[in-house]
Design a protein around this ligand. Structure first.
Ligand code: MLT
Length: 406
């Protein structure tokens, strides 16, 4: 009999956002007249920037002519995009990343999961708690997480680092050795950031212990405060210990178009193996590159006009984040994030459970949120709201929540 990956049997329930979609659909079916406002999954709603659309249209025309037709592209991404990324996302910030350290893909979620292909089975993985569930679930699928303990809602072989209001949303450096450390700044779900000193401490730890930091910078374009690095590679020493994931999804509205990239520095080696060479081998074997049309659209993001148009969209979402933060604070709720992030992390009233508050907001206000407990045990007692919606709908959601007696 064929053997399957038995680690899947250990996974609890369904993926968080599928579960929210299921509960929301059930509510909608029973209450078809309620106009729901979505503030759950972090999906963008503003259209792609006009220059991106123009570039994609032109790229489609390229495919219509023999002279400009593009078939299989380079698995690592086209040079035009890798060069633009190296220049604008890194050199412009003083980070020395060369195009051959950049691997373009169909998004950061896939890369965050797929990177596990080049890791051994016995690594001790450390994650923030609460955490973007992809880091944990993909390690569980690969057998690195141990067993799921229902009582603690934790995997036995994962080191959870509480990242809470009590420690200023800065996880403590572990006493034990963590081999693979996932960090996300601006953070999903809390919307908080790590400053340069905090990141330097992690880089120093990783270099001292031979650990690898998996740095998720998918939300970097939302950073407004000084002293907050946009990339781990702004930190001295990071090139020997870190891999970074980036996405055009939240920064440029590509959640449907799909494009992201991963930076694997040439200096990053473990057991005499180059992780850059390993990732290249993995990608060339299992991936045929992001589509030409989409990469042309992504390239346009880096033009002066593209950058301006994208900043306008980001500012639109930032205004939503302020609306949510101010509105909830006016109701007396404790609110975090929202400043350098599209995510607003809100304490539930009266120590209500996350899923209970989620249900209350769904049923009594028609507002879909994400229960903090879905991101890990330390997320219990919180909900996450996203600022990616329509501005009018965002204001209405806050008005509806304001009418509840919390
Ligand atoms: C989220 O809501 O946390 C994100 O949209 C999920 C993702 O980017 O995959």
């Amino acid at each position: 009999m064929a053997e399957v990956n038995a680690n899947y049997a250990k996974l609890p329930g369904s993926y968080l956002f599928s579960e929210i979609a299921r509960r929301t659909a059930a509510f909608s079916e029973a209450n078809p007249d309620v106009k729901l406002i979505k503030m759950g999954i972090g999906d963008v709603t503003r259209p792609l920037a006009p220059v991106v659309i123009e570039a994609m249209h032109a790229a489609v025309d390229d495919l219509a002519r023999v002279e400009t037709f593009a078939g299989y592209g380079p698995e690592q991404g086209y040079d035009f995009l890798r060069n633009a990324i190296a220049e604008h996302d890194f050199a412009a910030r003083g980070a020395d990343i060369s195009p051959d350290e950049i691997f373009v893909s169909d998004g950061a979620k896939s890369d965050c999961g797929n990177i596990g292909d080049i890791l051994g089975p016995n690594n001790k993985v450390a994650v923030c708690d609460p955490v973007y569930p992809v880091y944990v679930d993909t390690n569980a699928m690969a057998g690195r997480a141990g067993d799921y303990d229902e009582a603690t809602q934790r995997w036995t072989n994962i080191h959870y680092m509480p990242t809470t209001a009590e420690n200023g949303f800065s996880p403590a450096i572990p006493d034990e050795t963590a081999d693979v450390i996932y960090l996300c700044s601006p953070n999903n779900p809390t919307g908080t950031v790590l400053n340069a000193d905090q990141l330097q401490a992690w880089v120093d730890y990783a270099n001292a212990h031979g650990s690898i930091i998996m740095f998720d910078a998918a939300y970097e374009r939302f950073i407004v405060e000084d002293g907050v690095p946009h990339s781990i590679f702004e930190i001295p020493g990071a090139k020997t210990c870190a891999i970074e994931f980036r996405s055009f999804s939240k920064t440029a509205g590509f959640t449907g178009a799909r494009c992201g990239y991963t930076v694997v520095p040439r200096e990053l080696e473990r057991q005499d193996m180059s992780l850059n060479a390993m990732w290249n081998r993995r990608q060339t074997t299992k991936f045929n590159g992001a589509s030409y049309v989409i990469q042309r659209g992504a390239e346009a993001v880096f033009t002066p006009e593209g950058s301006k148009q994208i900043d306008e969209t980001i500012e639109y979402y930032r205004a939503n984040a302020r609306t949510i933060k101010d509105g909830l604070e006016n109701l007396g709720l404790a609110v975090y994030g929202a400043v350098n992030s599209p995510y607003v992390w809100c304490k539930t009233p009266g120590d209500m459970g996350s899923w209970d508050f989620f249900t209350l907001l769904l049923e009594q206000a028609g507002v879909i949120t994400t229960p903090g407990a879905g991101f890990g045990p330390s997320g219990e007692g919180y909900i996450r709201l996203t600022a990616f919606g329509d501005a009018g709908a965002t204001r209405e959601a806050i008005e509806r929540i304001g009418k509840l007696s919390l």
